[in-house]
Design a protein around this ligand. Structure first.
Ligand code: OAD
Length: 263
């Protein structure tokens, strides 16, 4: 994405300067972080077979109870999509940040596991993960290796829990469900303690994740947004870098290293 020279470069330098002095940087990422790895954002139109469904009709417990094979099949499709995706250079930039800032914590709304796959060492998954599974009635953990792989896009009957027999569901947070308590406690504590929060690729529409940047700001942190489009955060963030994750994050790290901004 060609940068309009001048303002974006200055904003990238300003971001690097803020990070340089920080003891803790929290990266709050959303679906936009994975867009350049080929994974559609949550609100992108669902493609192919699933185009006729609204995610909110699939990502709920009632939807799973009504038609477990359809919901389980949809997540199997997303898992296949995600496994084929490669973390783009923006992910590697966040990993490199860990060697330049005393403490870096990634708090993501994404369930695709790309931050971990890229090598980020501290990742909190607020909305769970496509690679985790537990049973519907008692949340007995179920090994991902034992989950059937789809042979084609479409419905896929979930396995049954080997302890209680109830159907196995994806370990993601569905609409109307609570976020994992321990993850929330750790994320909220870090947001209130960080000096910089980098908000990357989120519309800031979904709560409670959307509260994190406000907690950081109210605790005196610099809130810096990386997003090619305006979001709920843009109106009050300290710095808004109008660019994409894969284009901006490597340049922030280059500026942090005092390297000339290339390209
Ligand atoms: P959204 O789809 O709501 O927002 C994606 C954001 O990423 C938008 O603000 C885009 O402008 C921005 N974006 C798009 N391409 C980008 C790029 N290349 N680089 C940086 N930003 C880019 O996704 P989220 O805000 O993550 O919740 O949505 C949050 C939650 O909505 C999801 O986690 C899911 C859904 O309800 C659950 O599943 C519980």
């Amino acid at each position: 994405m060609p940068f309009p020279h001048g303002d974006v470069e200055n904003l990238i330098r300003e971001t690097a300067d803020a990070i340089r002095g920080a003891a803790l940087v929290v990266v709050a990422s959303g679906a936009g972080m994975s867009r350049e790895s080929g994974i559609p954002t949550f609100r992108d139109a669902l493609s192919g077979l699933w185009a006729s469904y609204d995610p909110e009709d699939l990502a709920t417990e009632p939807a799973f109870r009504r038609n477990p094979a359809r919901v389980f099949g949809w997540y199997a499709w997303r898992r296949r999509l995600v496994r084929a995706a490669l973390p783009h250079p923006g992910y590697a930039a966040l990993v490199e940040l860990e060697g330049r800032v005393p403490e870096v914590l990634v708090v993501t709304q994404n369930v695709d596991g790309l931050h971990r796959r890229a090598g980020s060492r501290r990742v909190l998954e607020l909305h769970g993960s496509l690679e985790q599974f537990f049973c519907l009635d008692a949340r007995h953990p179920f090994p991902a290796a034992a989950v059937p792989e789809p042979v084609a896009d479409g419905e896929l009957a979930p396995p049954a829990c080997d302890r209680c027999g109830s159907p196995i569901r994806p370990g993601v947070v569905w609409f109307g469900e609570m976020l994992p308590e321990r993850v929330v406690a750790e994320a909220w504590e870090a947001a209130a303690r960080c000096q910089v929060m980098l908000v990357v690729g989120t519309s800031g529409l979904v709560h409670p994740a959307a509260e994190l940047p406000r907690i950081a700001r109210d605790a005196g942190a610099r809130v810096i947004e990386v997003n090619p489009e305006p979001s709920e955060v843009s109106a009050w963030a300290d710095v808004v870098v109008r660019g994409t994750a894969a284009a901006v994050l490597p340049r922030v790290v280059a500026a942090l290293k005092g390297e000339a901004l290339k390209g």
